[in-house]
Design a binder for this molecule. Structure first.
Ligand code: ADE
Length: 239
């Protein structure tokens, strides 16, 4: 059955171009995923259609209110009997890494809660118990872009979304190493050559060169990943 992704937001219009382009679009056309947008504003009950309020105790900005978020979540969840994994996008959340993306791609239903303003009333977190997810240590104006990042990373992992030729199997992070450099035509551009080994036709040599490049890059650019890679190797049982 297709993965169902509910997106709860104050700005559903931000998602149209993204969901209607490239891989997210292709995945939906193939029937492997479906997207449902819900606007918190539709669940506001007062004359002003309020979704936010001033923080108790003072301070700058506004806070997303409980009622509209709880009602929007209940509404979206009722649309499908399968239980949804609730995810709330927030800089306070667990850092999105490929391992978490893989885990989320196995779910049948994701419900993504994107907020605006200074954040959510804490009772939303306490009551709905979502998995809080951050896409990095920087602050965005809202969770929408973070939700799109998560959707993009998840959808391309669903079996059948990518063709066999561009499958996600041996790419960056699948095994903890960065990707090797790639080249295409022409063989020479502005005096810069494609490395000879890639033109050699010797697949074993090419594979060895690529692995070496991946290790070098990871060591130079991402010492954190390199350390993890090495300790994983050291802990692997000998054959
Ligand atoms: N909302 C605002 N900043 C964010 C971030 N870095 N990750 C996820 N959601 C956010």
């Amino acid at each position: 059955m297709a993965l169902r992704i509910d997106i709860l937001t104050l700005f559903p219009e931000m998602f149209g171009p993204f969901l209607g382009t490239s891989i997210p679009k292709r995945a939906a056309e193939k029937g492997l995923v479906s997207y449902q947008l819900t606007n918190f504003r539709d669940f506001a009950t007062d004359a002003h259609k309020s979704v936010d309020g001033k923080p108790f105790g003072g301070g700058p900005g506004m806070v997303m209110m409980c009622q509209t978020v709880f009602d929007a979540v209940a509404h979206a969840e009722q649309q499908d009997p399968r239980p949804a994994r609730r995810v709330l996008l927030s800089p306070q959340g667990k850092k999105l890494e490929q391992s978490l993306v893989t885990e989320l791609a196995r779910d049948e239903r994701l419900l993504l809660i994107s907020g605006r303003y200074e954040g959510f009333d804490e009772r939303i977190i306490d009551g709905l118990k979502p998995l809080e997810v951050s896409i990095g240590d920087y602050v965005l104006s809202g969770g929408e872009l973070a939700a799109m990042v998560l959707i993009d990373a998840v959808v391309r992992l669903i079996p059948g979304v990518l063709g066999a030729a561009d499958g996600p199997v041996d790419e960056t992070f699948a095994d903890g190493l960065l990707e090797h450099p790639q080249y295409t035509q022409p063989r020479e551009f502005a005096g810069m050559q494609v490395p000879d080994v890639l033109l050699s036709g010797n697949h074993q040599l090419i594979a060895r060169w690529r692995l070496e490049q991946r290790k070098q890059r990871t060591q130079q650019r991402r010492p954190d990943l390199w350390q993890r890679f090495q300790s994983r190797l050291a802990n692997e049982p000998c054959e």
